[in-house]
Write a protein that binds this ligand. Structure first.
Ligand SMILES: C[S@@+](CC[C@H](N)C(=O)[O-])C[C@H]1O[C@@H](n2cnc3c(N)ncnc32)[C@H](O)[C@@H]1O
Length: 281
């Protein structure tokens, strides 16, 4: 598929998914609840207290692989941009963190997702906050230079054919000295080209566009980011890999062959990291 065909496929997939309203069975879970852990069973990603702030419409459409607003160290009054906001879960959590003086902008190229995000914000009682949504491609943002204090993204950039463009745009819209907080899916190493071709032929879930971790992090650094810090990394277990390979759900994304999935078992990683745009000298 060409880059344009990939984006059209992904957009249609998530538009259809949003139109259904989604449902349980998040497809990019991380760990199950550990004894004594504050993390919720439902997703393994968010704290129970955070989930209490999120309406059902956003929970049902949540397809993230981390909790970027949880490790972005957001402060009251800051401006945050969420790249690929989906049903709005991280926009809502970020809005609570930046408060009444802050601003959150959610961006997604699937118009139905943006409609659901707006609904979620209203249902969360945040309609009077400074929250905007834009239907746009995150490879070409319609935002001014030095616009935001933080850029967050949750399980989106793996889907983008041009990851360089996404990180260059993220750098451009950040103020000097401000930061990224990203959750995404990468590979531990390069995989067999024929296998990769099969995953790419359908842009399988969050696997078709996944690239080796080293290459991914080089992309971030090449864009101009510094102080790259890995917050967490988790190799997907078999059931996690199976779910993630058909994200956002089996009704929308063709399943990869079981034998192909077995070949990448142990090689697909959920990473969370932060990085900084260099300050002005
Ligand atoms: C796996 S979902 C994650 C959604 C959300 N971040 C979450 O945690 O629930 C990926 C989202 O990214 C959006 N997306 C993918 N590629 C995009 C692009 N190039 N520009 C804008 N949105 C994109 C999809 O429409 C979808 O809503």
């Amino acid at each position: 598929m060409s880059a344009a065909e990939i984006k059209q496929t992904v957009k249609e997939r998530y538009d259809k998914f949003a139109a259904t309203g989604g449902g349980k069975a998040p497809c990019c879970p991380t760990t199950k609840k550990q004894p004594g852990s504050p993390y919720a069973v439902a997703t393994g990603l968010y704290m129970q207290q955070e989930l209490s702030l999120v309406p059902k419409v956003a929970m049902d459409l949540s397809r993230g692989c981390g909790n970027p607003s949880g490790f972005a160290q957001l402060e009251p009054g800051e401006v945050v941009v969420d790249l690929g906001c989906g049903g709005g879960i991280d926009v809502i959590l970020a809005a609570h963190k930046v408060g009444v003086d802050g601003k959150v902008v959610g961006i997604d190229f699937a118009p139905q997702m943006i409609e659901r995000s707006k609904q979620a914000v209203t249902e969360a009682g945040l309609q009077d906050r400074n929250i905007e949504f834009h239907v746009a491609d995150i490879e070409k943002l319609q935002l001014p230079d030095s616009f935001s204090d933080a850029v967050i993204s949750n399980c989106v950039i793996n889907l983008c054919p041009n990851k360089d463009a996404v990180y260059q745009e993220a750098l451009r819209i950040l103020r000097p000295g401000r930061r990224l907080a990203i959750s995404d899916i990468v590979l531990t190493e390069s995989i067999d080209p024929d296998l990769q071709h099969r995953f790419r032929a359908t842009w399988a879930g969050c696997l078709g566009g996944a690239i080796p971790e080293n290459d991914y992090l080089e992309t971030v650094k090449d864009a101009g980011f510094t102080e790259l810090h890995i917050v967490a990394r988790h190799i997907l277990a078999p059931e996690e890999l199976a779910g993630m390979s058909i994200c956002p759900g089996k009704a929308f994304t063709p399943a990869a062959a079981e034998a192909d999935l077995a070949k990448v078992q142990g090689k697909v990683v959920s990473i969370k990291f932060t990085a900084r745009k260099p300050p002005l000298n």
